[in-house]
Design a protein around this ligand. Structure first.
Ligand code: ATP
Ligand code: MG
Length: 401
């Protein structure tokens, strides 16, 4: 017997009280987006769970897609049957026979959310256990560590049978927690930071600082490709590309070399904050990790952070590089990040940047020049791209023919 649906459990969502509808709605949207290339699937949504009805679509492929979706605690391929003991037994036998290999053990786990059903959970366990033992030669019961655990769930509308519980990605549905700006370089760290923030439910728009001709079109392409990868999670993502050349040149002329990086970062943050305000975001996300480079010492962060009181989220702050790289590989951004194209910051990086910059000093150096005018000009000239995942773009393209 083939599974006809996948039962999806929300987990953490159930604790969210009043916001529940919003959460469930965002999760539904995430699933729809991820499964958009399976047109026949339908969704059934209720208070505490969802079903993806397969309607003949490839269950195995869909399971792989579901594993990546934030907000799903676990899921199970399942069969829906009528609340009729004979029907239930027939379906259970077919299902377990299909999975059974010689020498394997099983157990029944019954759950009854509708207490009006004619048998209670113990009685269901016994009735179905006995029935399977009689009809599948060689099968044995093992209640502690069974090879096959047949779950029989009796609900008011129907009975659901399943044998497998697959762990979901956890987290919260993307977009359920508000919007933030991700400062996205072409490096390994910031895409991982974006991924982790999305995992906790944030919707993200990316901001990238671009300094042509010091940084090439290829390095811009790299950032677009990284955005595409991240956009797979939510179905689309905006990328704001800020022309940064004039500002970097001005910093080089105006600020002593050992403070130029501190000022550059402060200006990036001011501009990102301005974009955040326009886009109604509530936070800024960076890929910073404590102590990794000169700009990421605590003293540096203290000096740089002075320019805004917007929350700055640093999901990687306590992580080691090796652990960050591991995630980058898992989410498929690593190979894009290591393409050898320069970033605007690496080009202008001073020989010996201050690792312990001071606020008073950087304020003093910045006071001789009107950076605000340049900031406004850069914001006027921002290029915003609405990026979609590779596959959707392909589909749209195909539809043209
Ligand atoms: P990454 O691997 O993300 O590039 P990094 O280890 O190279 O990080 P830095 O160059 O110090 O570290 O950058 C720290 C953070 O500042 C980055 O993670 C990113 O969030 C932001 N950032 C750096 N360069 C840019 C850029 N050109 N555009 C947008 N954000 C940037
Ligand atoms: Mg970098």
């Amino acid at each position: 017997m083939n599974y006809d649906r996948i039962l999806i459990r929300y987990g953490e969502l159930t604790t969210k009280g009043r916001n529940r509808n919003k959460f469930v709605d965002k999760l539904r949207k995430s699933i729809k987006t991820a499964l958009s290339s399976y047109p026949k699937i339908k969704m059934e949504v209720s208070r505490d769970r969802m079903y993806v009805l397969l309607n003949g679509e490839n269950g195995k492929e869909i399971i792989e897609q579901l594993k990546k979706i934030f907000g799903i605690q676990s899921f199970s391929p399942a069969i829906k049957v009528e609340r009729d003991l004979l029907e239930m037994k027939k379906a259970a036998l077919q299902l377990v026979t299909g999975l059974y290999r010689e020498g394997q053990t099983f157990k029944i786990t019954a759950k009854r959310s509708d207490k009006t059903f004619e048998l209670d959970t113990d009685e269901i366990n016994q009735a179905f256990g006995g029935y399977l033992l009689k009809n599948i030669p060689g099968i044995k019961v093992d209640v502690k560590n069974p090879d096959i655990n047949l779950r029989i769930e009796v609900r008011q509308e129907a009975v659901y049978l399943s044998c497998e519980t697959i762990l979901g990605a956890g987290g919260l549905p993307v977009g359920s927690g508000g919007k933030a700006m991700l400062m996205l370089s072409g490096g390994i760290d910031s895409p991982v930071a974006g991924y982790m923030a999305m995992k906790r439910g944030l919707e993200i728009e990316a901001v990238h600082f671009f300094s042509p001709p010091f940084t090439s079109e290829r390095s811009k392409e790299k950032v677009i490709d990284l955005t595409k990868k991240l956009s797979e999670i939510y179905g689309s993502m905006s990328l704001h590309i800020i022309p940064f050349t004039d500002i970097q040149k001005a910093v080089r002329h105006q600020v002593p070399e050992n403070y130029s990086m501190t000022t550059t970062r402060r200006l990036m943050l001011r501009i990102t904050d301005e974009i955040r305000r326009k886009q109604n975001g509530l936070a800024i996300i960076t890929g910073e990790s404590l102590g990794q480079v000169a700009s990421q010492t605590l003293e540096s962060m203290f000096a740089i952070n002075e320019v805004t009181n917007t929350p700055i989220l640093r999901p990687l702050i306590t992580m080691d590089k090796t652990d960050i790289i591991k995630i980058a590989k898992e989410i498929d951004t690593h190979d894009i990040s290591i393409r050898p194209f320069e970033d605007c910051c690496t080009i202008f990086v001073p020989a010996s940047p201050k690792t312990k910059p001071r606020r008073e000093k950087v304020q003093y150096y910045e006071s001789f020049f009107d950076f605000e005018a340049l900031i406004q000009e850069a914001i006027q000239r921002v290029e915003t791209i609405h990026v979609k995942p590779e596959t959707t773009q392909q589909n749209e393209f195909n539809e043209l023919f």
